[in-house]
Each structure stands twice: as structure tokens, then as C-alpha cells.
Design a protein around this ligand. Structure first.
Ligand code: EPU
Length: 296
């Protein structure tokens, strides 16, 4: 691995990315950095924008499919921008964006603060979860955000209130990197929060292949229906293409059972989409972000 100076600053070249994703798929990044301080991150973002190449913000890589050819652009990773433990101010928790979401969920349950326990079992970082408004049946992360800090394209750090963000089902309008966040939680003395956290995790691991290499649910649930149920009804559970496979446990997961390539995953997802559309007239929309952007 080499480092280079101007014009790309301290970016490393040809950084492998597959092991930085939960799918374990994808080629290298042409340029890569993972600054550990907020102001360094903001400056690196401005520098990345100034290269004129596409800029990608990588958290825990958990909702992501990177092309087999890699990325001819700049990847900035938030993993080093992590809090050792959240800072608590009454019922508010401040954390840096690269902090694993699971550690914040666990910390808040242990400290009898309610509001994040519904996010148990979701992999990735706090920043990535916010960007895509991660969640499930027990709520979405955007509902708990009081304010956040992001970098703008000229390298300034800006504060945003939650009302400045357009939160939607598995998405938000955040495009610049999130650097830190403050959650508004609710004090609930006793072990009720920990108990709920445990119950949610049990239900999730009973229903989902959480130990497999995947990007979580592949498709959004269509209005009033379940993508998993539709895919199962279409007879696609266990369908395999190369080492990409529709999970036999939960049909809305595509899992990498060996050395799957992004191309295999995309072709399998396309087959699923076409079959569900032909049988039920429903167009499934991908929840997984593809880099570079690819439509199914
Ligand atoms: N179902 C099937 N077959 C399957 C999977 C599910 O028939 O293979 C049925 C289930 O029996 C259930 C219904 O479909 O009656 C809904 O399934 P489930 O309870 O597993 O929830 P889901 O709608 O598939 C959603 C989120 C998950 C989240 C869970 C739990 C989406 C796309 N998925 O799944 O989020 O963990 O609720 O809160 O919104 C993710 O976004 O990556 C994700 C995994």
C-alpha cells in the first residue's frame, strides 16, 4: 500500500474494500482515507471533492454492494471516527459517526436509557444507520436523532436539527458525511430496556440469517406487503447463482455463501425482481446501495 501527496493529499491508493463490507464483496478503491478526527475528516472530504472524482462515504459497509471492478473514486471511511463510549448529558447521548451501532444500543440499554433497543441486531456504524434511516418493526433511528453534525463540500462542519433532515423509509436526504450525532432518549429505570433488547434480538436471530455474509434485507417492503413473503411464495428460497444465494431462512436476504461476485448478486436480484413482478405485478425496490450506482 502506498501513500501519495498532492494532488490527492494523504489518500492511500488501491485499498481493498471487500473485507470492509458485510457482503465481503467488491474490488478496491482508487483512493482511500479514514481520518480519526472530525476536522481532519471534513478537510479530507473537501480534498476528495476537489479531485473531481466520485466520492463515497463508507461506514460499516453493511447495506452495500461494491462492484467487482472496484471504484474509480475516493472512499472516505468513518470507522476511525469512533467514540470509545457515548457521552451522556441527561437523556441525550453524543457519539461519533464511526461508532458501531451495536455498541451504542448496548450501552444505552445497560444505562437504562430507552429508545435505541429496537435497533438491536442491525450491523454497521451509527453514521451509516443514520444516512439510510435504518430500523425495523420497532422503530427507525431517525426518530431518535436530536441533532447531527456533517461536513460540507468545502470542509466546514455544520450542525443540523433532526427537523432539517427529510427522513423516509430506509432513506434520508443526507448526502454529505455525518461526523457525529446526539440522540434524544428516555430514562427508564430497571431492566426493562435490556429485556426488550434481548427479546428483539432473539426474534431477529430466529427469523434472519444474521451470521451470514449479506447486506441485510435486499429489497424494501412494498406498501402493505412483505418482500420476504413474496419472494418465498415465488419459490425462490435457496435459489443460487454462483456463490450468491437467496437465504433459505429469510427470502429477502441474498447471502454470500463463498466467493460470490457482485455480478452474481445483481443477476440473482434481477431474477427475483422479474419473477415477483411477473407473478404478482409488484416491482421490488432495492434497499441495498450499489457502488457505483447501478439500477437493477
Ligand atoms: N416472511 C415469509 N418468508 C420469508 C420472510 C418473511 O413468509 O422468507 C413473512 C414473515 O413470516 C412475516 C412477514 O413476512 O409474516 C414479515 O417478515 P419479517 O417479520 O421477517 O419482517 P420483514 O418485513 O421481512 C422487516 C425489515 C427488517 C427488520 C425486520 C424486523 C424491511 C425490508 N425489512 O423485515 O429490516 O429487521 O422487519 O424489524 O423493512 C433490513 O432493513 O435490512 C432489515 C433486515
Amino acid at each position: 500500500m502506498t501513500s501519495c501527496c498532492a494532488p490527492e493529499g494523504t489518500f492511500r491508493r488501491d485499498e481493498p474494500l471487500a473485507m470492509r463490507t458485510t457482503f465481503r464483496i467488491g474490488g478496491p478503491a482508487a483512493l482511500f482515507a479514514e481520518p480519526a478526527e472530525r476536522d481532519h475528516f471534513a478537510a479530507a472530504y473537501a480534498e476528495a471533492v476537489a479531485t473531481g472524482r466520485p466520492v463515497y462515504i463508507l461506514g460499516g459497509g453493511s447495506n452495500l454492494l461494491i462492484s467487482d471492478e472496484g471504484l474509480d473514486g475516493v472512499v472516505l471511511c468513518t470507522r476511525n471516527l469512533a467514540s470509545r463510549r457515548p457521552e451522556r448529558h441527561g437523556e441525550r447521548l453524543f457519539v461519533l459517526a464511526g461508532t458501531p451501532l451495536a455498541s451504542v444500543v448496548n450501552w444505552s440499554a445497560t444505562h437504562e436509557l430507552a429508545g435505541l433497543e429496537g435497533l438491536v441486531g442491525i450491523p454497521g456504524t451509527v453514521g451509516g444507520a443514520i444516512r439510510m434511516n435504518a430500523g425495523g418493526r420497532n422503530g427507525c433511528i431517525g426518530e431518535r436523532v436530536a441533532r447531527l453534525w456533517s461536513a460540507d463540500r468545502s470542509g466546514r462542519i455544520c450542525e443540523k436539527a433532526t427537523s432539517d433532515v427529510a427522513w423516509a423509509y430506509r432513506s434520508s436526504d443526507i448526502s454529505d458525511p455525518v461526523l457525529a450525532v446526539e440522540f434524544q432518549l428516555r430514562s427508564e429505570p430497571g431492566d426493562a430496556v435490556s429485556r426488550r433488547r434481548r427479546e428483539y434480538l432473539q426474534a431477529k436471530s430466529a427469523a434472519q440469517p444474521i451470521r451470514s455474509h449479506s447486506a441485510g434485507c435486499f429489497f424494501k417492503n412494498p406498501e402493505g406487503a412483505s418482500a420476504g413473503r413474496l419472494i418465498e411464495m415465488a419459490g425462490l428460497k435457496g435459489r443460487r447463482l454462483g456463490d450468491a444465494c437467496v437465504s433459505a431462512k429469510h427470502a429477502n436476504f441474498i447471502v454470500n455463501v463463498g466467493r460470490a461476485r457482485a455480478a452474481d448478486v445483481l443477476r440473482l436480484a434481477q431474477t427475483v425482481r422479474e419473477r415477483v413482478r411477473d407473478l404478482y405485478g409488484i416491482g421490488l425496490e432495492s434497499e441495498v446501495h450499489c457502488w457505483p450506482q447501478t439500477s437493477l
